[in-house]
Design a protein around this ligand. Structure first.
Ligand code: SER
Length: 324
């Protein structure tokens, strides 16, 4: 029997794609999209939609009971750059929201929860290359602090109550469908829109900044693969390192310029550079690959081609004005 799913943060960067993906897999009616304001994308209307503030645990409890939810994907969160601008808000949304979801899952008997962790758990003392699963977690951003505390809380609910919480430390995610908001890795999405709209981009990170990244179709597959893995295969209930590609801002710019002739980029690092510099350039996800068979599909070239083709079509082109 397919699960009965609730997704919080459904209008966000991951949710906007995960909800249609899950609905295609499990059926439209089996996936409830929770949005924080009554402004979710029209795409979400293919199935049930609820307005929900994750700080309101009685509303959450009501929705869980109304739809007999047995799996929650709790995606509502504030990203790293927004978190540095408003650390109190980041703590409130990221921590109170997670605590409410875990508590409602425990008291209502929801057996399974997914929660997104991040490369933001690492700090400047973690190895810069291939940061291992068990690296010290000493982040210097409030976003990272909430992700480390959140991983510990998820692990606690597993150990204390047997709640089957599963988490991934996502790298920067690149999506052709939903724009990110308030993250440090957002440049890797903005650069594609700028290339097609203006032929130039002013990057807020240095040209040599290397970060771990992943194309959204890979992230969706990883998420569902982890959630559908037999319980015995999932050894970690804090956050699995997850990786696909690492590249510098200059390398993605060059990859786009091969396909969009004349594309040019200038580099003016802002406060987000400090955040990027505190994160590893690549991470070692061999435990995810070993435990539940994770394999990524998209490298930099394949991702760039697909992004340009999809965005080009959406912007009204025929996909032939450049060479994906
Ligand atoms: N993409 C996130 C950010 O930049 C990191 O998880 O904040």
């Amino acid at each position: 029997m397919a699960p009965k799913v609730l997704v919080t943060g459904s209008a966000g960067q991951i949710g906007a794609e995960l909800v249609p993906y899950l609905r295609q897999r499990y059926g439209n009616d089996r996936v409830v999209a929770a949005v924080h304001k009554a402004q979710g994308s029209p795409l979400l209307k293919a199935g049930p939609v609820e307005v929900l503030e994750v700080s309101d645990s009685s509303a959450l409890d009501r929705i869980v009971k109304k739809y007999a939810i047995d799996t929650i994907y709790h995606l509502a969160a504030v990203l790293s750059a927004t978190g540095e601008n408003n650390p109190q808000l980041a703590w409130q949304i990221n921590m109170d929201g997670l605590r409410n979801v875990l508590e409602v899952a425990r008291t209502d008997g929801v057996p399974k929860v997914f929660w997104p962790s991040s490369i933001g758990v690492f700090g400047p003392d973690a190895p810069r290359r291939m940061a291992p699963q068990a690296a010290a977690l000493n982040p210097t951003t409030m976003y990272g602090v909430t992700k480390v505390a959140g991983e510990l809380l998820c692990s606690y609910y597993f150990l204390k109550y047997g709640l089957d919480v599963r988490c991934l430390r996502y790298p920067g995610l690149i999506s052709s469908e939903a724009p990110p908001g308030g993250g440090t890795t957002d440049y890797a999405v903005e650069i594609f829109y700028a290339a097609l709209e203006k032929g130039r981009y002013a990057c807020f990170l240095r040209e040599d900044t290397v970060l771990p990244m992943m194309y959204m179709p890979d992230a969706l597959r990883a998420t569902v693969r982890l959630m559908e893995a037999p319980r015995a295969d999932v050894r970690l209930h804090s956050g699995y390192n997850l990786a696909a590609i690492s590249f510098s801002a200059g390398e993605i710019a060059a990859e786009i310029a091969k396909r969009v002739p004349g594309f040019s980029v200038t580099y003016s690092p802002d406060s987000r550079q400090k955040i990027a510099d505190s994160w590893p350039m690549s991470i070692d996800d061999s435990e995810a690959r070993r435990d539940w068979g994770w394999i990524h599909e998209y490298d930099l070239a394949k991702m760039a081609s697909d992004m340009l083709a999809k965005l080009g079509r959406r912007m009204g082109g025929d996909g032939k004005t450049f060479n994906p």
